[in-house]
Design a protein around this ligand. Structure first.
Ligand SMILES: [Zn+2]
Length: 490
């Protein structure tokens, strides 16, 4: 609801602004009816901390942040808005994504930094986002959304809160914020063209856009298979917010009409030095997935999902996808909400407008809890829904939501009950023993194969696929002795 109010307030505030403006990057007139440059700066400054918070916060690893600043500023200086003060933020998010907000706020996830293989690839992503800012796509998107799309946006925002299941895919995926909406194909092509220009002016080889695109495609494919889904774009991947194809990137390189820089910089060794030791996968503050177990070192709890379920951890919630479209969602109640709550039974009784029945109290490994169930209609069809709320301390209330298609509820019942009762507090020693995964740069020895190195990585599944994607290798490709490569280690 807050988001809706904010948007409509903006709408009335900005409605008097000029209907068209000249685009600094393209020289064309564009529709930015609701936003002047001063509005852009203000909206960016307002939205930036929210985006950071929803994406897991800032990733505090100075050797990476200072590097991103250095590369980003080199590109910004040769962009079409050289005087705009850009701000570059690395997000503590393992997914592969990048976002731009109006006013020069550029964000990339640490997952993206870990996936790129050289400075030029990262520069390509930053230059692309800078292109969205200088071509004022973010402002156009805001204006278009506010003019035509308010109702629709409101619906997706409401669906993203852990309330009544509306659109399950969205619920199980990520928030539907305005800045996560896709750009149009024309805007993507324009951002790629501008990226090629800025990269070339800053001395990078624009082919890096293509090599990074291939890595993203590999990553998308693994992420989908991890979820047991077909090999198409997941909702929370960079490809859904920046829809592109390899052809389009090649087209952008042709259309940009710039001569390739002599001795164009790839910066592979510098890049590998900088990213060596950074987090890979879950961060300890957001909990760690270990096979079917989810453990949280700071909040000191763990639970386990049934065999056949795969856990996906994102900054705002944990989901597990199982057989027959069964989904388990897990998250924590906001502090203020939990304090207001008083009692978990009252909470479960009033959830989703009091639609749950058979509400009862439970004790789960010594913790007060309550549960209730109902059959609800959702956009994906009928679902049996069971909510379990667990009071772990005065201010920490955890929620497990089980969503099963009615035909699967009976057969999964015992497994899901076991998940509920697997929830328990961790001892201090157990919490200390939780070790996140790190990215390490090593040198291949003579005779090392991708299969050997992948099998030494502490990953349950898809080790070889991750190894190939991280190093931009194709299946069957050999390693050269003395070559520096990325591996995942504890
Ligand atoms: Zn884009």
């Amino acid at each position: 609801m807050q988001n809706l109010l904010r948007l409509s307030a903006l709408l009335s505030l900005l409605a008097l602004a000029a209907a068209c403006s000249t685009n600094p990057a393209t020289g064309e007139q564009s529709f930015t009816a609701f936003m002047s440059e001063a509005d852009e700066a203000r909206v960016g400054a307002e939205e930036h901390p929210k985006l950071v918070k929803e994406s897991g916060g800032e990733y505090k690893f100075p050797q990476v942040q200072t590097y991103v600043d250095w590369v980003g500023e080199k590109l910004a200086k040769v962009s079409d808005l050289p005087d705009l003060k850009f701000k570059f933020t690395v997000l503590d998010d393992a997914r592969i994504n990048a976002y731009a907000l109006p006013g020069g706020y550029v964000h990339i996830t640490r997952g993206l930094v870990a996936l790129a293989e050289n400075e030029a690839e990262m520069a390509g992503v930053l230059a692309h986002e800078i292109g969205h800012v200088t071509a004022r796509h973010t402002a156009q998107r805001y204006s278009a959304a506010m003019a035509t799309n308010l109702g629709l946006l409101g619906a997706s925002i409401l669906g993203s809160v852990f309330g009544v299941p509306g659109d399950i895919n969205r619920l199980a995926g990520q928030v539907g914020q305005i800045y996560l909406q896709s750009y149009s194909r024309e805007q993507e092509l324009e951002a790629d063209m501008l990226a090629v220009r800025y990269m070339t002016r800053a001395g990078y080889d624009p082919q890096a856009l293509e090599s990074f695109f291939r890595k993203m495609a590999q990553h998308t494919s693994i992420s989908q298979r991890v979820r047991g889904l077909p090999d198409t774009d997941p909702a929370d991947n960079i490809m859904s917010t920046h829809p592109r194809t390899a052809d389009r990137i090649a087209q952008a390189i042709r259309l940009s009409n710039v001569a390739k820089a002599d001795n164009a910089r790839l910066g592979r060794d510098d890049y590998l030095d900088r990213i060596n030791g950074m987090l890979w996968g879950d961060s300890p503050e957001q909990g760690v997935v270990n096979g079917r177990t989810f453990e949280h070192a700071d909040l000191k709890f763990r639970f386990e999902v049934p065999p056949g379920f795969t856990i996906i951890n994102t900054p705002t919630q944990v989901s597990a996808h199982g057989p027959g479209k069964a989904i388990i969602l897990f998250n924590m109640l906001r502090k203020q909400e939990a304090q207001r709550l008083g009692d978990v039974r009252t909470y479960v009784t009033s959830w989703a407008g009091g639609r749950l029945t058979n509400v009862e109290r439970l004790t789960i490994n010594g913790l007060n809890a309550a549960t209730g169930a109902a059959r609800l209609d959702t956009s994906e069809g009928s679902r049996d829904v069971r909510l379990v709320a667990i009071q772990a301390s005065g201010e920490h209330v955890y929620r497990l939501l089980f969503l099963t298609p009615p035909h699967a509820t009976q057969s999964l019942g015992e497994d899901l009950r076991r998940t509920t009762y697997s929830f328990r507090r961790l001892s201090d020693a157990e919490a200390r023993a939780i070790q996140p995964l790190k990215l390490r740069v090593v040198t291949a020895a003579a005779g090392d194969t991708p299969e050997d190195l992948a099998s030494r990585m502490p990953l349950e599944k898809f080790g070889l696929d991750w190894f190939l994607a991280l190093n931009g290798l194709s299946p069957g490709e050999r390693l050269k002795a003395g070559e520096r490569i990325k591996i995942v280690a504890r």
